[in-house]
Design a protein around this ligand. Structure first.
Ligand code: ZN
Length: 339
């Protein structure tokens, strides 16, 4: 068994080496490391350093653990890695996220995750493939994610079941996610931003009419409450991708006359009618989006070849404020923040 932490910190690694998951939160990893050695979370943290919070076993699902430089070194020793390797494995151990003050070793588990991060449940089968037999959590830019490989939807919701939503009953959502990934691969940043726009616009429609039949029946098919906020990203996915494709087509065509705008709106309205959504107060979001994309592309909107990326980024003028490529969907979208 490992050394107890004394003034020099732990000197030997724990018996069982625990593999990290891609994108795993530090708290989730430390939690699994403790359990692999039949230690309580608090016992293991006691070897990492000094922390002020009472340790709650629910912490890994609620928030993220942060450490300072010396605690990082202790954690590295305990996990049998060098600090550098551990920093490569767990994003929140990178130098920019370390707590200030190199020594003495200390950790913090604040209830708020760093700006722009969410602690999202890991797909159970992805975790199992890496030997994790208990719940694990990832750090994500959005509140939810889809595992294409195992057809799972997970989020940062810690309340009712299902914690991991199986998408077997929603093939259209799985297809939509695959389509989004294709769009992002093919068109790079522009593809990412257009998906973010499509998603943001349809999210607003959902907020106005969460009881639309196309969304309600999807929620029911996977055992979710149709009116609940956590359900929205899952049920609107197919429409969000279809709208993103229409936005892409508008950008590719490049026509910006009043007539071209009207034709596009007309076509999108037909699409929306096909979804069975009622316009109600009108589709003001589409007009907003068009206003942000009012300047035509300097050259045809083409698939990503790296070289054109910079030029192409200029095309989506509504996106000029977006410098952060790893932000959440709403940050990547050019739609203004709703009050
Ligand atoms: Zn998976």
């Amino acid at each position: 068994m490992a050394d107890r932490m004394d003034v020099w910190g732990p000197r030997r690694s724990l018996r069982v080496s625990v593999r990290h998951l891609a994108g795993e939160s530090t708290g989730s990893f430390v939690n699994r490391l403790a359990h692999a050695h039949e230690l309580g979370l608090g016992d293991l943290l006691g070897r990492v350093g000094v922390g002020r919070l009472p340790v709650d076993p629910r912490l890994p699902s609620l928030a993220e653990l942060y450490v300072n430089r010396e605690a990082l070194e202790h954690l590295a020793v305990l996990s049998g890695r060098t600090p550098h390797r551990l920093q490569l494995a767990l994003v929140n151990l990178q130098c920019r996220f370390l707590l200030p003050g190199d020594a003495p070793a200390r950790w913090q588990w604040p209830f708020k995750v760093q700006e722009g991060q969410h602690v999202v449940r890991c797909c159970d089968l992805c975790a199992l493939a890496r030997g994790a037999r208990e719940p694990a959590w990832l750090v994500c830019p959005d509140r939810w994610r889809v595992c294409l490989r195992h057809r799972r939807f997970t989020d940062d919701h810690r309340g009712e079941e299902p914690q991991v939503v199986r998408l077997d009953g929603l093939p259209e959502v799985v297809r939509a996610h695959a389509e989004r990934l294709r769009l992002e691969r093919r068109f790079g940043t522009a593809g990412t931003e257009l998906f973010a726009d499509g998603f943001e616009v349809v999210s607003r429609w959902w907020a106005r009419m969460p009881d639309a039949w196309c969304w309600t029946q999807r929620a029911w098919r996977v055992g979710l409450d149709a009116q609940e906020l956590r359900t929205a990203p899952l049920v609107i996915y197919p429409e969000a991708v279809q709208l993103a494709r229409e936005m892409l087509r508008y950008e590719q065509e490049g026509a910006r006359s009043r007539a071209a705008r009207a034709v596009w709106v007309e076509q999108v309205q037909q699409l929306i009618d096909g979804w069975g959504l009622e316009g109600g107060e009108g589709w003001s979001e589409l007009t907003q989006w068009l206003d942000h994309h009012a300047r035509a592309a300097a050259r045809p909107f083409a698939p990503d070849d790296g070289l054109r990326r910079r030029r192409r980024r200029e095309l989506a003028v509504g996106h000029s404020r977006l410098a952060e490529p790893s932000g959440s969907l709403s940050e990547r979208s050019c739609m203004p923040v709703t009050p």
